[in-house]
Design a protein around this ligand. Structure first.
Ligand code: TMP
Length: 253
């Protein structure tokens, strides 16, 4: 299936891949035991935090064990790195983009090893607001670090862990930036111009086109309820898609 924009009301767009996407070094769990990793991505102001929380509640209401986390952050170290990477106050010289990529990936590695892999091994669904695609979009497409270089850092940080489903909350850059509350402006809105954010958005859309089975693009300009219900439809499809696999594994030969 192809990544498709979901403009108004749930429209099937996802995923029939039940296969595990852990890399060779994961060594944890079997496909039957393993939970799902769902990431929420997109440019600024798309409502990722709100929608991640809504998605957590959606899973809980269905009795699905869920862990909600975010990047950068989600661990003690990750939250400290978040303060360094996204200070609310005036910073020194602009960060070198590769330094940024290293720090985001350091936070990512800690989150993957401390939180995400153990949760997946316990069969929990993990919802993560931002993940590796953000580094490709911001430090790669936005700041110009070659994507192959970033892929190398990502491999170290994740040991090949890939999301089962990525929700891309897409919206025009101007609307997204206008939605941010003045106190919620990070270094990336303050230091970078609108062209940077246009490249970031184009980067996310290119990533979605490149992996249409993993991505669902949701029109984040829709109201919160509509966006939440589009996301819920997508994740329900993902979970349904994995059921035959579980049934198959339970069927005696
Ligand atoms: P947010 O959590 O409020 O979306 O803020 C995170 C900011 O950090 C946002 O401007 C995007 C940026 N970011 C990167 O530039 N690279 C990354 O790898 C990640 C995870 C975030």
């Amino acid at each position: 299936m192809r990544a498709g924009r979901m403009p108004a009301g749930p429209r099937g767009a996802v995923l029939a891949r039940g296969s595990a996407t852990l890399g060779p070094m994961s060594g944890r769990g079997t496909p039957a035991q393993r939970g799902r990793l769902i990431t929420i991505e997109g440019p600024e102001g798309g409502g990722k935090t709100t929608q991640a929380e809504r998605l957590r509640r959606h899973f809980e209401s269905r009795g699905v064990p869920v862990t909600l986390t975010r990047e950068p952050g989600g661990t003690w170290l990750g939250e400290r790195l978040r303060e360094v990477l996204l200070p609310r106050t005036e910073t020194g010289a602009p960060h070198d983009a590769v330094t940024d990529a290293l720090l985001f990936n350091a936070a990512r590695r800690q989150l993957v090893t401390e939180v995400i892999r153990p949760a997946l091994a316990d069969g929990r669904t993990v919802v993560c607001a931002r993940f590796s695609d953000s580094t490709i979009a911001y430090q790669g497409y936005g700041a110009g670090v070659p994507v192959e270089r970033l892929r190398g850092l990502e491999a170290v940080a994740t040991d090949g862990l890939r999301p089962d489903l990525t929700i891309l909350l897409d919206l025009p850059v101007e609307s997204g930036l206008a939605r941010k509350a003045p106190g919620d402006v990070s270094r990336f809105e303050a230091e970078f111009d609108v062209e940077f954010h246009r490249r970031v958005r184009a980067g996310f859309l290119a990533l979605a086109r490149g992996e249409p089975d993993r991505f669902v693009i949701v029109d984040a300009e829709a109201d919160v309820e509509t966006v939440a219900s589009m996301i819920a439809s997508s994740v329900d499809l993902l979970h349904r898609a994995s059921e035959p696999e579980r049934l198959l594994l339970r069927t005696p030969s």
